[in-house]
Design a protein around this ligand. Sequence first.
Ligand code: PLP
Length: 382
Amino acid sequence: MIKFLDLHKINKPFETDFQLKFQQFLDKGWYILGNEVQQFEADFASFCNSKYCVGVGNGLDALVLIFKAYIELGYLQKGDEVIVPANTYIASILAVLQADLIPVLVEPKLETYNINPDLIEAKITSNTKAILPVHLYGQICEMDIIIEIALKHNLLIVEDAAQAHGASYSFQSQSQFTDKNLSTNELSVRADSRTQAFSFYPGKNLGCLGDGGAVVTNDLQLAETIKKLRNYGSEKKYYNELQGVNSRLDELQAAFLNIKLPFLIKENNTRRNIAKRFLNEINNPKIVLPFWDGTHNHVFHLFVIRTENRDELKSYLSSKGIETMIHYPIPPHKQRAMKDWNHLSFPITEKIHNEVLSLPLNGVLTDDEVSKIIKVLNGWTS
Ligand SMILES: *Cc1c(COP(=O)(O)O)cnc(C)c1O
């Protein structure tokens, strides 16, 4: 049986180090916001080529706190509209709602599954203040176009990078997005102040042994505000400057992440190499493979194929001992939680949700397992 994701196997190589760290943690007796969180924040900021990282409770909170901080700083107001992809994990949309902002859905491109930049401008109104690109499955959105739109309409960009640790986008021209015509109020759309939300949920490319998240940014004001907000709005104990929340990256989870972070590049390379094999060797005409032309650094959080007979393929693979998953079976606008949206129609999003299937892909999959998956897929005739 090839499991979709064997978390025990993924974390096994780190067990001795985890145990050692846990003993040190016990000996020290410091449980909240200590050296481990501090070290992780420094190292993860540098891993992301960014200036600041603030560890928070989870990926959802990372997004919510970015929006709340922009509200505190006066860049956003309650009721402002945020452009979000219709095709995403519901957390992206819930984050906008939890910050009292209004999500405006935009269809994806069928090829990339990511937001279609060509459809964004039609959804921009005088109330639009931000774009939330979600780098789904580990592939960065078309950021050059998105940044251009944001600059033109004076919008913030908040990236949901919960599936994209280590992914990057090769800009055609570095100088294209410098701050030539921008006042400091518009600082945040600059390419060099990229603000990203990460999740370290166990199944992500960098996962801890529980919940965890982080905000990464070059915007000092934003980082400082989120640092307060995550900790009851306080910098100095019992002095509360803002109405904050309790959403701190757990010290023990940070300790585990410090052990795993140095291996993230290797994990991503392994994933990319398996993805290359899938892309080169799966040749069943009934199966649509994910688009990747190699230009940008895709980290293949998920390898998502598409077929009209998705449910049939899923049970066929299961009968051959290959476990798969669906990311995701129901689009956000059709979820019961989003009753007001249920009547809306986003045909490309709906088609994707009806046809996608995620193959096993992670750092502990063996060559033989990869070969078996390819062989079984190529042998499928529906
Ligand atoms: C996992 C995920 C989140 C939320 O992260 P949590 O840590 O589970 O809160 C947000 N957006 C996307 C796209 C995700 O995949």
